[in-house]
Every structure is written in structure tokens, then in C-alpha cells.
Design a protein around this ligand. Structure first.
Ligand code: GDP
Length: 304
């Protein structure tokens, strides 16, 4: 229910555009396919994934000779669900984490402004709600505001935060955070990092160093590298996914601000193109406005 509410804008707009694309047509022909292609691109599904979907529908038209536009909804739904299931194999249903890893270490990456801090705060709140002991690490030492904002969330959720002054070595903050987590017997650690993309080599070097130093404390850390993307930024989100996957091994995605966009299709395109599962979606600024991504619910809401 909340998902439907959060994604209202996405749905209305996708369905409205889709109906326009097939208006006055009873069968799927080249015209309809051209219009559909436009709708998918306009919904930020991305060109490659759009072409993949169009191709699959063309194949079905070819096979069945006739495809009514009234069936298009159902078929699109199946194709999109199919694309998402190729990446989202596990059916994540809640905010649980593997308890065998203790502490479970999540390194969070992404450029400034995408909602990284907010997502960390929301996640910390969810973990704490389950009775897990959470420690935050203020690894974005490049901006004083980033440290302060994470502090605000740590206070709000009431979890410990490890921080150093602005300009200090992020790897050193990560090291301190893990040390502290181990000594407190914490269950989960969430480490923020700086998201400067202007220098790719720097980004790669920095993230690699943070990982290496963390492994001095927890040998297989980080267990998860969560890339946060702003779902309302379309092509920028694609570009960021490209840069970050080149710089480090990204294991999961959080797509934020899906409440404020008519372009939720970015979720489909990015998870298809980069073959990384979408784990969380942000649907508002509040502490509870983070949801575990459920592909079937998402596809349904896209078509409602
Ligand atoms: P950071 O620079 O990446 O750490 O970004 P912040 O976490 O500070 O978020 C930037 C802005 O986006 C803030 O005003 C947040 O409240 C807002 N924000 C974050 N996530 C969401 C979301 O899912 N929906 C909406 N509407 N706003 C969000």
C-alpha cells in the first residue's frame, strides 16, 4: 500500500503515456512499437533496455502473427518482470541481514545529494528496530556538512557514530569504526564514503584503500557495497552507476526519490544494464520512507 502511494506519480504517468501510445490502435504494429519505445525512453528505462524490451515484443508479434494492444500491458509486465528477475534473484522481503557475519559491514557509495546520508539513517533505523546493534562511520571526510548530517541521523536513530575531523583519512575513520564495532560486539556497521566523481582514479584509489584497511579488522569486509542513486535524475544515475562500477565492486543498489519522479523506469534500466540487484528504494524524506525492493510489487505498481 505504501509502495503504491510512494510511486503514484510514476504509475499514473507511465500508464497515461502508454495509453496514449496505443490510442486508436487495436493491434501492435510498427507505429505502436515506435510509440512504446518513446514511452519507455521517456520513463528513463534507458535506450539499451528499451531496445531489448521492444525486440522481445517484436518476437512475440512475429510468433503470434497478431497481438492486440489490449494484451500489451500484460506482455510488457511479463517482460519487465523477467528483466528484473535476472538481477533480483533473491526475494528480499525484509531488512534482515546475514547474522553469520558479525559485524556485517556495509560500505555506502554514491555522489553527493543523491540521498546517501538519508538512506544510511533510514537503514540504521530499520536495523535497530530489529534489535540489532548498529555503528555508523562518517567516512565522507571531504565535507564537514556530510559528517554533521550523519551525526544528526545518528542522534535521531540513537546509534553510535565514529567520526574524525574534516579532511582526515577516510580509511582511518573506517578502521576506527570497525575496531569500535568489534569491541562493542555490534551486529552491523554502515560506513559512509565521499562521492567525488571528478577524478576517477582518486575514487578508485580511495575506495580500494578503505576496503584494504577495513580488512585489517574484519577480513572479509565489506560484505556489501551499496550504491545509492537518485531515481529522479535519469541519465545521470546511469552515468554514476557506470563510474562507480568501474571504480569498485558494487553489490547492491538503493534508488532514492522515487516518490518525486514520474520516471521510475530507471530502476528497470539500471538493474538490467549493470546486473546489480536493487535492494532498497527511497520513497520520501522521513525515517520510515525506505522500502525493501520487491520486484513483483514494483512491476505491479508501475502498471496500476
Ligand atoms: P547525500 O548528500 O547523498 O548524503 O544526500 P542527503 O541524504 O543529504 O539527501 C539529499 C536530499 O534528498 C535531502 O533533502 C533528503 O531529505 C532528500 N531525500 C533523500 N532520500 C529521499 C527520498 O527517497 N525521497 C525524497 N523525496 N527525498 C529524499
Amino acid at each position: 500500500e505504501t509502495l503504491d502511494k510512494g510511486l503514484e506519480k510514476t504509475n499514473t504517468s507511465f500508464i497515461a503515456k502508454l495509453s496514449k501510445a496505443v490510442a486508436g490502435k487495436s493491434k501492435v504494429d510498427d507505429d505502436v512499437l515506435d510509440n512504446l519505445e518513446e514511452v519507455l525512453v521517456a520513463s528513463d528505462v534507458g535506450v539499451n533496455t528499451t531496445l531489448k524490451i521492444i525486440e522481445r515484443i517484436e518476437k512475440r508479434v512475429e510468433r503470434d502473427k497478431y497481438l492486440g494492444t489490449d494484451e500489451l500491458n500484460k506482455i510488457l509486465r511479463e517482460e519487465i518482470a523477467g528483466l528484473l528477475s535476472e538481477t533480483n534473484t533473491g526475494e528480499a522481503v525484509d531488512f534482515s541481514i546475514p547474522t553469520a557475519k558479525k559485524p556485517y559491514v556495509i560500505m555506502v557509495v554514491g555522489v553527493n545529494g543523491v540521498g546517501k546520508t538519508t538512506t544510511i539513517g533510514k537503514l540504521a533505523a530499520q536495523f535497530k528496530k530489529q534489535g540489532l546493534k548498529v555503528v555508523l562511520g562518517a567516512g565522507d571526510t571531504f565535507r564537514a556538512a556530510a559528517i554533521d548530517q550523519l551525526q544528526v541521523w545518528a542522534d535521531r536513530v540513537d546509534v553510535p557514530i565514529i567520526r574524525q575531523e574534516m579532511g582526515s583519512d577516510p580509511a582511518s575513520v573506517a578502521f576506527d569504526t570497525l575496531k569500535s564495532a568489534v569491541s562493542q560486539d555490534a551486529d552491523v556497521v554502515i560506513i559512509d564514503t565521499a562521492g567525488r566523481l571528478h577524478n576517477k582514479i582518486n575514487l578508485m584509489t580511495e575506495l580500494t584503500k578503505i576496503k584494504r584497511v577495513m580488512q585489517k579488522v574484519v577480513a572479509d569486509a565489506p560484505h556489501e557495497v551499496l550504491l545509492v542513486l537518485d531515481g529522479s535524475t535519469g541519465q545521470n544515475a546511469f552515468e554514476q552507476a557506470k563510474q562507480f562500477t568501474l571504480a569498485t565492486e558494487v553489490t547492491s543498489l538503493a534508488v532514492t526519490k522515487l516518490d518525486g519522479t514520474a520516471k521510475g523506469g530507471v530502476v528497470i534500466g539500471i538493474s538490467d544494464q549493470f546486473q546489480i540487484p536493487v535492494k532498497y528504494i527511497g520513497v520520501g524524506e522521513g525515517i520510515d520512507d525506505l522500502q525493501v525492493f520487491n520486484k513483483l510489487e514494483f512491476v505491479d505498481s508501475f502498471f496500476k
